[in-house]
Design a protein around this ligand. Sequence first.
Ligand SMILES: C[S@@+](CC[C@H](N)C(=O)[O-])C[C@H]1O[C@@H](n2cnc3c(N)ncnc32)[C@H](O)[C@@H]1O
Length: 277
Amino acid sequence: MESFKRNKIRNYYGGIAKGVTANAKSSCCSGSSCCGDNPETAELYSPEHIKGLPIEAINASLGCANPLVFADLKPGETVLDLGSGGGIDVLIASGYVGETGRVYGLDMTDEMLMLANQNKAKSGIENVEFIKGYIEDIPLDNETVDVITSNCVINLSESKEDAIKEAYRVLKPNGRLAIADIVQLKDVSDEISQSIELWVGCISGALNLDEYEKILKIAGFKGIEITPVSLYSKEMLKNVARSKKLDDMYKRLDEEALDGAYASAIVKAYKSTGCLD
Ligand SMILES: C[S@@+](CC[C@H](N)C(=O)[O-])C[C@H]1O[C@@H](n2cnc3c(N)ncnc32)[C@H](O)[C@@H]1O
């Protein structure tokens, strides 16, 4: 049975995908910045990364950092992007792994998968495949993937332990994780930590650094590095809330408690067969 939270998350991201598709359809232009670039995307991705991508892939970007900067992808590798959304990271990764490599994007939301497949068709990229499923129950065989990327999705999971265990299962020996995520840096009130809207908006489900490391270690990962990269001030969170149409919810929260409580982070870890710590 689908949980209430998962259902909310699916509806929320399904709505975003529909909005991106509708905006593109009603737009006067075809693939230029007059459609209105997403300012958050411009901060995360260099012009080289997004060059040539369909505007709908760029406008659907909902990540919190750019995993392609630290994933160190190589030609011929197989990549799995957990919670691939409109497909921006999958499409960028395809260029790194080249014709001999393959990139899978996994998402549970039909509308996002439809948008991602449209973006794939528009871009003419062939070495990628979008698959439907849950990050907590990945529909791929054991030891089939070299690199797992993900961008602002693990924090949404109600069972992060299962998601990380599944990531470990499908990675080949010596495979690696390159994840962008949100982490929690200080204690917050129950009101904040239990806010369904903040959870759905990628914030309140975040793990603290110790919890994240523990889950990765229990799954078997080694060489774990979790590095906060961008602290979320109350002003930034207010803007995020506004961009996610969560202003009313934000107004009810204690801004001072939220200030600096969360950050985007990069998470690296290895399914090492060697002697990494
Ligand atoms: C914040 S968006 C990020 C999308 C994409 N990674 C990006 O950077 O634009 C989260 C995405 O994860 C998907 N998602 C959330 N929870 C999931 C789960 N448990 N299993 C599979 N997909 C999930 C949502 O449908 C949505 O497309």
